[in-house]
Design a protein around this ligand. Sequence first.
Ligand SMILES: Cc1cc2nc3c(=O)[nH]c(=O)nc-3n(C[C@H](O)[C@H](O)[C@H](O)COP(=O)(O)OP(=O)(O)OC[C@H]3O[C@@H](n4cnc5c(N)ncnc54)[C@H](O)[C@@H]3O)c2cc1C
Ligand SMILES: *[C@@H]1O[C@H](CO)[C@@H](O)[C@H](O)[C@H]1NC(C)=O
Ligand SMILES: *[C@@H]1O[C@H](CO)[C@@H](O)[C@H](O)[C@H]1NC(C)=O
Ligand SMILES: *[C@@H]1O[C@H](CO)[C@@H](O)[C@H](O)[C@H]1NC(C)=O
Ligand SMILES: *[C@@H]1O[C@H](CO)[C@@H](O)[C@H](O)[C@H]1NC(C)=O
Ligand SMILES: *[C@@H]1O[C@H](CO)[C@@H](O)[C@H](O)[C@H]1NC(C)=O
Ligand SMILES: *[C@@H]1O[C@H](CO)[C@@H](O)[C@H](O)[C@H]1NC(C)=O
Ligand SMILES: *[C@@H]1O[C@H](CO)[C@@H](O)[C@H](O)[C@H]1NC(C)=O
Length: 586
Amino acid sequence: MKSLILSIAFSAILFFPPGLATNDSGSGSGRYSRCRCLPADSCWPKPSEWASFNASVSGSLIAVKPVASPCHDPAFDQAACEDAKANYTLSVWRGSFPGGYQQVNFETSAVTNETCYIDTPRSSPCGQGNVPVYAVAATSPTQIQNAVGFARDKNLRLVIKNSGHDYLGRSAGRGSLQIWTHNMNNIEFSGNFTPEGCKWKKSEEAVTIGAGVQLKLLYSALKDKGKTAVIGLANTVGAAGGYIQGGGHSPLGPWKGMASDNAYQFTIVTADGKHVTANECQNSDLFWALRGGGGGTFGVVTSATIRTFPDSTAIVSNFNATIPDRDQFYSFIADFHGFLPKLSDAGGSGYYYIFYETNSIIVGAFFVGQSNPNATEALFAPLLQKARGYPNSQVDWTQLPSFPISVGIDMSLTGTDVTASNSLLSSRLISRKFLESADGPKKLCDVFKTLGPNQNTVFIGHIVAGGQVARNECLDSAINPSWRKALIHLVFARGWETSTPFQEQAIIARNMTDVETPILAALEPDMGAYMNEADLNERRWQEVFWGEEIYDRLLSIKAKWDAEELFMCKPCVGSENWDAESICRK
Ligand SMILES: Cc1cc2nc3c(=O)[nH]c(=O)nc-3n(C[C@H](O)[C@H](O)[C@H](O)COP(=O)(O)OP(=O)(O)OC[C@H]3O[C@@H](n4cnc5c(N)ncnc54)[C@H](O)[C@@H]3O)c2cc1C
Ligand SMILES: *[C@@H]1O[C@H](CO)[C@@H](O)[C@H](O)[C@H]1NC(C)=O
Ligand SMILES: *[C@@H]1O[C@H](CO)[C@@H](O)[C@H](O)[C@H]1NC(C)=O
Ligand SMILES: *[C@@H]1O[C@H](CO)[C@@H](O)[C@H](O)[C@H]1NC(C)=O
Ligand SMILES: *[C@@H]1O[C@H](CO)[C@@H](O)[C@H](O)[C@H]1NC(C)=O
Ligand SMILES: *[C@@H]1O[C@H](CO)[C@@H](O)[C@H](O)[C@H]1NC(C)=O
Ligand SMILES: *[C@@H]1O[C@H](CO)[C@@H](O)[C@H](O)[C@H]1NC(C)=O
Ligand SMILES: *[C@@H]1O[C@H](CO)[C@@H](O)[C@H](O)[C@H]1NC(C)=O
């Protein structure tokens, strides 16, 4: 099967010679026209229409440019270019512009052969690529309602962007109008929250956050209140956007469940322009879909209310083991994976990285609610003893006495997330059953052997399932059911330099989708992948991200709330009816 990326590049050459790519004869302003209106189309709104639209969103309309544009003619600006060069890889900086995506490859377009790189000469053109043309820098639901109405009436490709972190590029889109939620930063705590209209429910402690609130901001607000919540471990990911709508994993997940398991309520602007409340007691189908069905699909979430918990204690244990002999290293990696169910039973969570260049594994484990470091040290002792037994091995172990979760989070969120790569991910959820099976860990090592060494792959293991994530198996939401059986979420990436032509990028992408992802997937054919951190060209993505039963229900909810498919992204619910760019219906 031809990969999507390849077919984009292919159709670009066959059907859309560069320059004509934006004039598609199928576009028109009718609501059911086959294609969206793009800037070169006659149906694209006239300047006067943009101006009156701008007035209707209180002047918040921005003409968006790629973040490297000041480094290129004709818009070259020495000072702005130097500033961009100094801050280019910082996620906070990238997230502060509507045109800044955390992965540079989502700012480019293979279809139009457009890039705007920071490291190319001033004279090379800065193409708009997949960076939206206009953005509404929304601060209120009314502006979002007006933007949704305008996009619907003018048949525009609409995208929602929060932090721009999406690993599948779903917050970008060529020729689109963007709703930018970054500036919606309200945070409101409640000691006795009852979902609106739920008279029978007892009130709980909760926090209501605006659509733009990023994790670091929320963690610091929680800390000030002596609280914590299930959110991810990153500075700039958005807590109420794609993160929670895709499920949301966290090192606190094994303690309290997935982020979406802890959602009480969303407010959301739907395709008909209404601002509605979704919870267990009203619009409960939407509430179900927003907990795992994916961002950018059912409407624009304007706020999310999530459960809070009193801050608790945690122990953080770290080790770094380097085992020079490759076979012995693999043997240790197998032992480590066989140990993970024990770690989970002890309340552990965390992350690990496998490096082939140095034959090292680095592990950071969290034990939430624990206060006895002797117990966690004893837990790791046999494993570390094994590592120390290999010739010339080097093992560093550090453990801090127990302290508040909030302090552990602060220590983990040092600096800023470094972003700005050109890359694609691949991943699978791996079950507890598999890790417990006699030959499971060894089979996993065979995959590491096949996929790793040649390309210096870094495998990232997320120990974010098990515990309460598994115990919530009866909680009815749209989350991938594989999460309830999983213990780890395993990810690797393939990247390239900006000098890599689109044709070669397509080969890397196709190899990932057709060769590499299937090797990882074959370990457990019945397990799926976490849609927020996955191969964007995943075959059978409906099954892999949700399973047939949940997907069918999501499709019918999509049909009810967004019959005209105003909200469309790839690979999102309903996108099988659209081309790879979500511009034309098939
Ligand atoms: C450095 C880094 C660390 C990460 N850490 C974690 C982690 O600890 N746990 C975890 O589970 N994931 C993590 N992720 C993955 C993360 O869940 C996804 O990147 C997610 O898509 C981010 O959502 P966002 O809203 O911030 O990003 P965006 O790219 O802005 O949006 C993502 C998707 O959600 C949609 N969307 C955004 N806002 C809204 C809204 N208000 N209403 C409707 N749709 C919306 C967008 O259209 C897009 O489809 C991490 C990613 C990165 C890059
Ligand atoms: C789009 O293509 C049509 C048909 O070829 C042409 O008549 C029209 O002028 C083009 N519009 C733009 C904006 O280029
Ligand atoms: C929208 O209006 C504001 C305020 O008048 C103005 O500053 C801004 O440049 C306008 N946006 C566009 C894209 O013209
Ligand atoms: C960019 O980086 C420079 C140097 O580190 C810093 O002084 C400046 O404030 C940054 N600019 C922005 C817009 O963040
Ligand atoms: C794409 O753009 C690059 C850089 O501008 C150029 O070298 C290349 O020839 C273009 N490819 C196609 C197929 O037009
Ligand atoms: C882990 O150990 C290896 C080998 O000693 C070393 O190169 C690497 O920097 C260490 N990494 C960390 C994060 O300590
Ligand atoms: C941990 O072990 C040390 C040394 O053996 C001992 O002094 C200490 O009391 C133990 N702490 C707990 C909480 O058991
Ligand atoms: C495809 O992936 C396999 C496994 O990682 C690798 O060995 C091979 O070199 C890759 N091929 C290409 C063309 O990248």
